[in-house]
Design a protein around this ligand. Structure first.
Ligand code: ADP
Ligand code: MG
Length: 697
């Protein structure tokens, strides 16, 4: 075995470790729980816990933690040691089945959007045995879901698991009708490509905006940006390479299939793509990836920036969510088949996804909504805030032929019938020819590209899974009641194409004309987070989640509240950071530099009273006027902030942040960025864009 294959999964209590360490009976019970969600008895849990603890101690662990994903969007953990005192004043290392299965973190300071107040003060975590435990930092990590005592979800994993169940149930109903009686498991699979920036830590530390908010709030454009496109897939600098190598090794130890690492479009921007896995595992792994990127960057004297838009005028960072469905029998349900029947099945799942995206475009937009991602969506490097589906011309032609009942393959008078005809082969679009589409079919999966780099992939996948489950349920209801399967299947697909083709757009999503065209088609264009959130509680959306048992109405209301609060808090912190930077450094720097210039004018004139001091004088007057403006603008921002914070209710407050605070921040920024260009470099208090973006050499 090579070093890498030895390394892979070495810190994971995975299947092979379980087979080796667990008694046969216990192992079989565990497999049943993992594969089929069977309840695990406490005596089995006790055996697993002991084996897990012994293995973890071998790997250097002294502590264990239930690891969960509260609504902060990042992960949380509370470490307990294995130590337990004995009667004879010694300690032994203990870990019981109860401790494995259930934990009670002090949950009072995690956001609950009022849920905990409404229901029960405490929350508990419960083991997700489908995502393997692992050892990191001398601690045994147990992936868990986090709920209130009444069972209400307080995290991002619980609804994701529920959505997977809903989807599996409906997909199996469909597959039964295609004769797949051997399919017992259908899982959504996800591969999430992660973009990020690396900057030098010393430079980063001198930018309070990066430190406090993760993005630059000021900064004039640097002379060189990404225009030469010399960074994309360019050679990787040694320091970055060392970081990537260590990151890969650490990820592999945790069983995370980090596959490709390369430079991205913007200077200092990079990407990591893993091999896909089951959704909840992919979500856990993506959280770990983001965390390790940050800790490992620091070890290399760098900082990993995950913000969606750290630099104005430079590409932001996103996350591409590649999504498909696979069965325990090895089928990829979005893989076109070779026979007419296989193709009919493929087309049914394909149209189900298209229909789901059309019906719930607002929810998909909401799933990626955050103050940070608002800077990306609608800006010209990212998918616009309009959700649309890209299929490519070949597949489009097939769907059109079905819809129109048009002639097919040149054969006279023969119409394309689903389940009768072999579809023409269409090339897999692995080249991502249309990079501008937010939801692109890429040959055997869909790639959703609107996610921000910092966000958890759980929300998005919860929504895709649930929306597709809902459409499949509708299809299954029709088809199960049908006595002429093939004909009704054909009609179903045809109707779906007719009713939902408005969501399909194969053109350039960045084109201004698309905004107008999308409006004509009745597609929603929810430009900001508050705009999007207005729709979360629309009846059709509440119905969707409640009927598929993914969210209760109370859970949705709480999430709505938390997202609005988060939006306000993020912008509030940004505004305060701007105010502080301007008042404590930018304005004083201007005063000092103007003083220096005035002094120079006096000194020069003293020596030579005919000297031309027009440069110095013009700089003084230009800077004086900008400084006056900046001072006015900072006061205006302070007022806007006070008013937004005082607004009654989260919705009104968010609207004020959007309509008053952000514009005031933008105005202030324009003035300060211009001040930077007029101020001598030594007097400017902050590293420039050029210094930050090219800081890693
Ligand atoms: P590229 O986009 O570089 O051509 P791929 O399209 O093969 O590469 O894969 C991009 C991402 O999609 C990877 O993270 C990969 O693991 C993931 N992916 C590939 N197949 C599937 C699938 N069936 N389900 C979910 N994700 C997938
Ligand atoms: Mg891709």
């Amino acid at each position: 075995m090579s070093m890498t294959t030895d390394l892979f999964g070495s810190m994971v209590f995975g299947d092979s470790v379980m087979r080796e360490k667990l008694p046969k009976e216990t192992y079989r019970a565990m497999r049943n729980t993992i594969k089929r969600g069977k309840h695990l008895d406490l005596d089995v849990a006790n055996v697993v816990a002991t084996a897990m603890k012994d293995w973890a101690i071998e790997k250097g662990a002294t502590h264990f933690t239930h690891w969960f994903q509260p609504l902060t969007g990042i992960t949380a953990e509370k470490h307990d040691s294995f130590i337990s005192p004995t009667d004879d004043e010694r300690v032994i290392m203990e870990f019981s089945g109860k401790e494995l299965v259930r934990g009670e973190p002090d949950a009072s300071s995690f956001p609950s959007g009022g849920l905990r107040a409404t229901f029960e003060a405490r929350g508990y975590t419960s083991w997700d045995p489908t995502s393997y435990a692992f050892v990191k930092d001398k601690t045994l990590y147990i992936p868990t879901a986090f709920c209130a005592y009444g069972g209400e979800a307080l995290d991002k994993k619980t609804p994701l698991l529920r959505s997977m169940e809903a989807l599996q149930k409906q997909a199996i109903r469909i597959l039964r009708m295609f004769g797949h009686n051997d399919v017992s498991i259908v899982r959504p699979t996800v591969g999430s490509e992660q973009e990020y920036f690396l900057v030098d830590k010393e430079v980063y530390d001198r930018r309070p905006d990066l430190v406090y908010t993760g993005r630059t709030l000021f900064g004039a454009k640097s002379p060189k940006g990404q225009e030469l496109e010399d960074h994309y897939f360019g050679s990787i600098k040694p320091r970055v390479k060392a970081f990537m190598d260590e990151l890969d090794a650490e990820l592999w130890k945790l069983g995370i299939l980090a596959k490709t690492e390369h430079n991205e479009v913007a200077p200092a921007q990079h990407e990591l793509a893993p091999i896909f896995s089951t959704t909840n595992i992919a979500a856990d792994h993506n959280q770990l990836t983001m965390e390790l990127m940050q800790t490992i960057a620091r070890k290399h004297g760098m900082v990993c920036i995950l913000h969606e838009k750290p630099f104005a005028g430079v590409n932001g960072s996103g996350k591409h969510n590649n999504w498909s469905l696979s069965t325990n029998t090895g089928m990829n349900l979005l893989e076109p088949g070779d026979t007419p029947f296989e193709n009919a099945q493929f087309l049914l799942f394909l149209t189900a996804v298209i229909e789901a995206v059309d019906e719930y475009q607002d929810l998909l937009r909401i799933s990626v909504a955050s103050a940070g991602n608002d800077h990306r969506l609608g800006a010209n490097e990212a998918p616009p805030a309009i959700v649309s589906v890209y299929l490519g011309d070949e597949l489009m032609n097939i769907l059109e032929a079905i819809e129109n009942g048009s002639e097919y393959g040149g054969r006279e008078q023969e119409l394309l019938r689903v389940g009768v005809h072999v579809l023409p082969k269409f090339p897999k679009d692995n080249t991502d020819r249309n990079r501008t589409s937010p939801f692109a079919f890429t040959g055997n999966k869909f790639e959703f590209r609107m996610l921000g780099s910092a966000s958890s992939i759980s929300d998005t996948n919860t929504i895709i899974n649930t929306a597709v489950a809902e459409v499949l349920k509708k299809y299954a209801d029709v088809l199960e009641a049908s006595d002429q399967f093939e004909g009704d299947l054909h009609e179903l697909i045809k109707e779906s194409i007719k009713n939902h083709k408005r969501i399909i757009f194969n053109g350039n999503g960045y084109d201004e004309a698309w905004v107008e065209e999308a409006r004509r088609r009745g597609l929603s264009n929810l430009r900001t987070t508050p705009d999007a959130l207005e729709h979360l509680l629309d009846k059709k959306n509440v119905d969707l989640f409640v009927s598929n048992k993914v969210f209760s109405e109370a859970e949705l209301i709480s999430r709505h509240e938390i997202m609005l609060e988060n939006y306000c808090k993020v912008i509030g912190i940004e505004a305060l950071t701007m105010i502080q930077m301007v008042r404590s450094s930018v304005l004083p720097a201007s005063t000092e530099y103007r003083g220096r210039l005035a002094e120079a004018v006096r000194d020069i004139s003293e020596v030579d009273n005919t000297a031309d001091v027009s440069y110095e004088k013009e700089q003084i007057s230009r800077l004086s006027s900008l400084t006056g403006m900046a001072y006015r603008d900072v006061k205006a921002l302070e007022n806007a902030l006070v008013s937004a914070k005082a607004a009654a209710g989260a919705s009104d407050s968010a609207a004020e942040f959007r309509d008053q605070v952000i514009p005031a921040m933008n105005e202030l920024r324009v003035v300060v960025d211009e001040m930077q260009t007029v101020t001598a470099k030594d007097y400017w208090p902050y590293p420039t864009y050029g210094e930050i973006l090219f800081s890693v050499r």
